[in-house]
Design a protein around this ligand. Structure first.
Ligand SMILES: Cc1cc2nc3c(=O)[nH]c(=O)nc-3n(C[C@H](O)[C@H](O)[C@H](O)COP(=O)(O)O)c2cc1C
Length: 332
């Protein structure tokens, strides 16, 4: 039997195989983030036949200040629980499990979209920010407390909406990545400095979510483990952080890039972040997802058998071809 066809358990939830559709923003929600018919049809088409063990829906904003773009899905206080229930129900009926990706864009958000001043770990520009991007305001301790509370409330709404679990987004330069990375976290209080300070907010969010959703509900975290940039976060940071996240109650780690984004320009091999995922997998006992550059099932199989990860995400190949999973899994 191929590795990719083997089932795996996340907390107490069983996935039928190790193929993951990673979160990919579609901008198909209504302007206010509620669920549109087009969004439902998109996920119905991608999950048809139930060939994908785990679908992680595109990043959803946890509060107004954290909204990244127009047409982004909402899991904030104004979200569409009934619409989300239909969405998760469709995916379940097709035979896949589904996580909700919870996000706050932080300093990558814009006033035009949110109507609020952007917030971040420190009051400095994001690396590679456009000139028009406003410099964010450094978050006060009450701003931090609000974000923790809002992540937690969002996780509870996801649970109520029928999601099988949640994924906390800390990759690709969004708010939690901004706290994690020394490029954007210059704080001098307990939320900055060394790696323990830079992941304090993550640990507080993980513990608060765990406390709220209960011990059996899957909680994942997408970690942009390394920035692959001068002065940025390193794989060693990622390994250390992953161990702390596991201790705090995370059930699944989803490894991607940091401020370099979800692509890795210096690596052509499928499994761009395999250096980070393999290093992390060796040090934790929870499952690890690796995503990036995989477009052939044979490549996914090789990454699994080489122990680079426990599950493999296939993004753009599935985005382009809704029959990708059927062809890869049914013919196995
Ligand atoms: C159109 C598009 C939207 C994306 N949106 C998200 C997102 O909402 N959250 C996230 O964590 N990653 C997002 N990503 C990154 C993907 O999850 C994935 O890591 C990336 O596409 C690399 O995998 P691939 O080579 O299999 O496509 C997005 C990627 C694309 C192409």
């Amino acid at each position: 039997m191929r590795m990719i066809d083997r089932s795996i358990t996340i907390n107490k939830t069983n996935l039928k195989n190790r193929l993951v559709m990673p979160p990919m923003a579609t901008a198909k929600s209504n302007v206010d983030g509620t669920v549109s018919q087009t969004l439902c049809e998109y996920y119905a088409e991608k999950s048809a036949g139930g060939y994908i063990g785990l679908i992680i829906t595109e990043h959803s904003f946890i509060n107004e200040e954290g909204k990244a773009s127009k047409g982004q899905m909402s899991i904030d206080a104004g979200c569409d629980i009934e619409g989300l229930k239909k969405l998760t129900d469709t995916i379940h009926k097709n035979g896949s499990k589904v996580l909700c990706q919870l996000n706050h864009a932080g300093g990558a958000a814009s006033c035009e979209v949110t109507g609020h001043e952007p917030l971040s770990a420190s009051g400095i520009s994001m690396p590679k920010a456009k000139e028009t991007q406003k410099v964010p305001k450094e978050m006060s301790s009450s701003d931090i407390h609000k974000v923790i509370t809002d992540f937690t409330a969002a996780a509870l709404r996801a649970k109520e909406s029928g999601y099988d679990g949640v994924e906390i987004h800390s990759a690709h330069g969004y708010l939690l990545n901004q706290f994690y990375s020394p490029l954007t976290n210059k704080r001098e209080d307990e939320y900055g400095g060394g790696i323990d300070g830079r992941i304090r907010i993550h640990l507080e969010i993980i513990r608060a979510i765990r406390e709220a959703v209960g011990s059996d509900y899957p909680v994942a975290l997408r970690l942009g483990a390394c920035d692959y940039m001068e002065g940025g976060s390193t794989i060693e940071d990622g390994v250390y952080a992953a161990k702390q996240f596991e201790k705090a109650g995370v059930d699944l780690l989803d490894i991607s890039g940091g401020f370099n984004g979800y692509m890795r320009k210096d690596t052509a091999e499928p499994g761009w972040f395999a250096d980070a995922s393999a290093a992390i997998k060796r040090e934790v006992s929870i499952p690890v997802i690796l995503t990036g550059g995989v477009a052939a099932v044979s490549d996914a199989e090789k990454l699994l058998s080489d122990e680079k990860a426990d599950l493999i995400g296939v993004g753009r190949a599935i985005l382009k071809d809704s029959l990708w999973a059927q062809n890869a899994m049914a013919l196995g």
